[in-house]
Design a protein around this ligand. Structure first.
Ligand SMILES: NC(=O)c1ccc[n+]([C@@H]2O[C@H](COP(=O)([O-])OP(=O)(O)OC[C@H]3O[C@@H](n4cnc5c(N)ncnc54)[C@H](O)[C@@H]3O)[C@@H](O)[C@H]2O)c1
Length: 397
């Protein structure tokens, strides 16, 4: 049994609590910290938490706490992490790790110096669809990965602090781009270094200082390219889609709006449909088991299994730091309108990786460009002469 101190009783704190305690799990939230007493008490009542407080340190520093789960606004992650280091408590924190790479690096260095278990709660690399797709990528079913793309767009977040640049640290690039960067990075290979970023960002709709819409490209050292599309201005719900393309195959995943579950209602008895759904009448796209579809169950299983075994989970503060560094480059690029380098003071992956050859041997004289069976039954190959570079075609059957 893992005993958890939950910091934050809001949107994600409750999703986490539902996942942690909703399935006859052995794990138990034993303390809850919230800013306001009423919220702490309400959460304690809803999840049968024995100790509620408005003092963050008090929630962390209790003997029965094995691990602290940070579910607080972005500007409070560092303070909470430092308290965990002070009291030598294992810590897992929601995304993004920091408001920027500088904060994330301080947190990474502090947990490692304190020698405490650390996990980065990037749920979207634990969704059942992602886990299955990632297995296929790892087994080579898609060949060499060339391009990975991730989109998260919705009509905007649910609490005031997200819209305040100082507290949130950024707009949709930081809030949603963090998911997309880690998804695409995982497909390309977490040991492959992200090199530079080109990003367009704008404030198209909302009366805020941060960006509400952005698109970016991230180049990796092995020649692979990642792409993210994020928005707080998208209408129609929560659009979560990923694509991966390799030399031998392709995967498309739609995690939310088109899951194969379609429903119509006139609205009589209408209720909650799914996260960020904009309507609960007419044709709807419910999600089934949201906690599982969003990866929370697999994520906590990995975190606590790893804690018990004394090993690192799949996602650590180091990953959170890399993500923040990529997003910092995206912000710089959106201002400079140039490719901007990803600045990584800490890098633990491979270095000096070169782009794999794109030349496919056909015979001693030719490279293969393409083979195809036509609608009239001919099997053709298109070849390039190695010496002259001349392109020719042959019908071989
Ligand atoms: N899929 C995900 O992984 C996911 C989804 C949503 C949010 N998040 C992250 O979770 C964190 C919290 O987001 P949320 O959506 O739960 O926010 P929220 O506003 O719903 O809840 C924040 C909670 O933090 C506490 N709090 C303490 N001090 C506060 C302060 N000064 N201002 C506001 N709240 C304060 C309160 O208990 C509050 O309920 C953020 O870092 C966010 O990026 C992650």
């Amino acid at each position: 049994m893992t005993r958890i101190a939950m910091l934050g009783s809001g949107f994600i704190g409750r999703f986490y609590a539902d996942s942690l305690q909703g399935y006859r799990s052995k794990d138990k939230i034993v303390t809850i910290y919230s800013r306001r007493n009423e919220s702490a008490e309400k959460f304690a009542k809803d999840y049968q938490v024995p100790f509620a407080t408005t003092n963050m340190e008090e929630a962390i520093n209790r003997p029965e706490v094995d691990v602290v789960c940070i579910a607080l606004p972005n500007n409070l992650h560092e303070e909470a992490v430092m308290l965990c280091c002070k009291h030598k408590k294992a810590v897992i924190t929601t995304k993004p790790l920091g408001r920027n790479a500088e904060e994330a690096k301080r947190m990474l260095e502090a947990v490692e110096k304190a020698g405490i278990f650390n996990g980065y709660l990037e749920d979207l690399v634990y969704t059942p669809k992602f886990l299955k797709a990632h297995e296929s990528v790892k087994s080579g079913a898609l060949g060499r990965i060339l391009w990975a793309k991730s989109r998260e767009t919705h009509p905007g977040p649910h609490s005031d602090w997200f819209w305040d640049l100082e507290q949130a640290g950024g707009g949709c690039i930081l809030d949603l781009g963090c998911h997309c960067v880690e998804i695409t990075r995982s497909y390309i290979g977490k040991d492959i270094r992200p090199i530079e970023v080109m990003c367009w960002a704008d404030t198209q709709v909302k009366p805020i200082d941060a960006e509400d819409h952005a698109i970016a490209l991230i180049k990796y050292e092995n020649g692979a390219i990642a792409q993210f599309e994020v928005s707080w201005t998208f209408r129609g719900g929560l659009d979560l889609r990923d694509e991966v393309m390799g030399t031998e195959g392709t995967i498309w995943i739609n995690s939310f709006l088109r899951t194969g579950f379609e429903m119509f209602t006139t609205g009589k008895g209408a209720d909650y449909v799914a996260e960020k759904a904009e309507s609960n009448t007419g044709w709807l796209f419910p999600v089934g088991d949201e906690l599982n579809e969003l990866g929370y169950n697999h994520m906590f299983a990995d975190m606590f299994d790893s804690m018990e075994k004394g090993i690192q989970p799949k996602e650590t503060f180091y990953d959170g730091y890399i993500v923040n560094a990529v997003l910092d480059a995206a912000y710089r690029s959106s201002k400079s309108r140039q490719w901007e380098p990803v600045k990584l003071d800490i890098w633990r992956g491979r270095t000096g990786v070169t782009k794999d050859s794109h030349l496919i041997e056909y015979d001693s004289e030719h490279y293969l460009v393409k083979e195809e069976i036509t609608h009239y039954g001919a099997k053709k190959v298109i070849l390039k002469n190695k010496e002259t570079g001349k392109i020719t075609e042959r019908v071989i059957a």
